[in-house]
Design a protein. Sequence first.
Lengths: 247, 176
Amino acid sequence: MKREKLRALSPLEEAPAPTDLRVRQIRARDLLRGDLEGPDLEQHVEESVLTTTMQKLTGWGRANSIFPATFGLACCAIEMMSIVSPRYDIARFGAENMRASPRQADMLILSGRVSIKMAPVCRRIYDQMLEPKWVVSMGACSSSGGMFSNYAVVQGADKFMPVDIHVPGCPPRPEALIYGFNKLQKMILGNPDPGWRRRYNAAGTEEWAREATGDASKEEIEAYEAARDLTATHEAARSRATRGGRA
Amino acid sequence: MPDAPGLELIAQDLNGVAEGSVLGTYHEHGQGCLIVEPDRILDVLRWLRDEPTQQYRFLSSLHGVDYLPAEPRFGVVYDLLNMPRIERLRVRAALADPGGEDLPEIDSCVELFPAAEFQEREVYDFFGIVFRGHPDLRRILMPEEYVGWPQRRDFPVGGEPVIFTRDEPVMPRWYE
């Protein structure tokens, strides 16, 4: 089973014996001298090289160093400001560096209601950001107009810009925003959270998934998911069991 | 605050200075209000500002009201403040709706109280009341290309109906 192999390779499980370390050291020295050949070389490559695709590597890099734009719209902005505080600390996920210029930002958090006079400004800031860029719509107002069902407020920010993640709440707590941000990270990694598609058995109906994951087959996506969720194996196993039961 | 008899005295003096300018008075919640003829509004405000016994020199607020079923339909309300005596007086001009596409008009008081400039723009923005002689009468809060006067009572509230999946029993097959 692929998973068991991964677990066997995982350095967290058990520390290698000192003799093993010594053997590896000698092997690395031989490699540098050019003396390593045959099965020894094979084994060295297998142990010390991690293979991945360029897309996954860039995705990993992007997802873990997002620069959000310093951009607040309304009361949700107060909650948004606190995610960089030591108490919530979005620096754990590599997004603590709020940039004051859209040219340097990767992520726009629409934190609050967007009035029809503000909508062109938001769109302009979004257009000024460099690719790749992501938008998080925070709270009920920017997702659907929320309580401001009136003449002055745009009923949902995705009427004028593409939104990647909607975070519900009025306002959402900072934890909720960080959870939404983690979902965005999974999306950037090419491993989006299926959300309601998991509940309704609707995997594969996403219109953008093929583009984002680069024609990955279902097995490849699942293997990648399993490797990433090594720490949450029981959860993945449970979901797979329910999926199998339904099918 | 001028009490009820004091308010009557002000109305009497005003009618002496500018004939027929005060249509009525009322006094409630401890505050007096003069209902004035819209065409004489500048005479009234100037007298209240410059008359040595009155000296209501500070315009603390200017706002519009829409009393839709009632006639005359619109009101422009001036809240005046006498700073030395700390007395407040409300002046209300009752404006009739000319009907159709025409907008109600009243004289601008920017020359008397420069602070009224933005507030008159706001009243124009939301109620469509035109202030004659205003130096720069544009919308101030809504976008300039906006159509309609959103704070009027007959203006639709707007927004969009949002139907949630939990409403399925009430509105079956709402998504179609």
